[in-house]
Design a protein around this ligand. Structure first.
Ligand code: HSE
Length: 293
């Protein structure tokens, strides 16, 4: 049996929606598990030279963990990852790996988890820790994850055109979280609550609100200070009128092409010539599974 799981990149937070909002992007990793070939683990694409091949990667660990939680042996498989999501850049590569691992274990062991988004999210977020990435990877579109297991999907307006601006530097999520303060001023919490509400309105109905809506006072400042070159690019692009936020824990920036706004792709290439700039579509659905017997 051959199981192929496609999982999208995701941008968590969307500015003020810290730890709650996420957006699925049509830029996917593809993980294949083949039970008819000798066990092996190979990678191509993003991170192929740095990802482990000894079974300590997140996909293999997730397959083992799901099997063990059911009292089962992990199946022996030839695993191959075709990675398009850059690692440690704030684009949900860890969630993609965990969602792929849960779906592969589910199909190979006939657990039915991958047909039940509620179980998928509980298991994937339990392993990886970030429901705001796991929710859009599973459901697609824009998602609001409460952190208590509830997810609401927001239908995204057709005029929402995201671009990811990927710098050369990496920023591990653990370090980007450790830098955050334990408490925040009440006024900043209020600012984020109001702007988070505006983000929902902007993505669902009125993309022109995005430049105002995406402002954050809880996490982006601290994180951008850890990558000053990225902070400079973000400042300059904002000055030039580009609507953007930090994607997840960063350092990738998530920008939006607005009707009548500056050409984001051209502007980003001019301001940050060494970065990768990808115009992407919002992916309306989450991961997919293909099985060949
Ligand atoms: N909400 C999480 C954070 C996302 O910003 O730390 C991590 O991908």
């Amino acid at each position: 049996m051959r199981v192929t799981v496609e999982v999208p990149a995701t941008a968590a937070n969307l500015g003020p929606g810290f730890d709650a909002f996420g957006l699925a992007l049509d830029h996917c990793n593809e993980m294949t598990a083949d039970t008819d070939r000798p066990p092996s683990l190979t990678w191509e694409g993003e991170g192929a030279d740095e990802l482990p091949t000894d079974g300590t990667d997140m996909v293999s660990e997730t397959i083992r963990s799901v099997a063990a939680s059911m009292g089962l042996e992990a199946p022996a498989v030839a695993l191959h990852g075709r990675n398009r999501i850059p690692l440690a850049r704030g684009l949900g590569s860890s969630s993609a790996a965990v969602v792929a691992g849960v779906a592969i274990a589910s199909r190979l062991l006939d657990l039915g988890i991958d047909r039940d988004p509620v179980s998928m999210l509980a298991i994937a977020a339990g392993i990886e820790g970030h429901p705001d990435n796991a929710a859009p990877a599973i459901h697609g579109g824009m998602t609001i994850a409460t952190g208590e297991g509830d997810v609401h999907q927001v239908a995204v307006h057709e005029g929402v055109h995201p671009l990811v601006l990927v710098p050369d530097v990496t920023l591990p999520t653990a370090a980007a979280r450790a830098a955050l303060p334990d408490t925040v001023p009440f006024a900043d919490a209020v600012f984020n609550a109001t702007h988070a509400a505006l983000v929902v309105e902007a993505l669902a109905r009125d993309p022109a609100l995005l430049p105002t809506a995406l402002a954050d006072r809880l996490h982006e400042g601290v994180r951008l200070a850890m990558v000053p070159d990225v902070a400079d690019v973000a400042d300059e692009l904002r000055r030039l009128g580009v609507a953007l936020c930090v994607s997840g824990a960063g350092p990738t920036l998530l920008a939006f092409q607005l009707e009548g706004g500056p050409d984001v792709q051209a502007t980003a290439r001019a301001v940050a010539p060494t970065w990768r700039v990808w115009p992407l579509r919002v992916r309306p659905h989450g991961f997919t599974v293909r099985v060949t017997e």
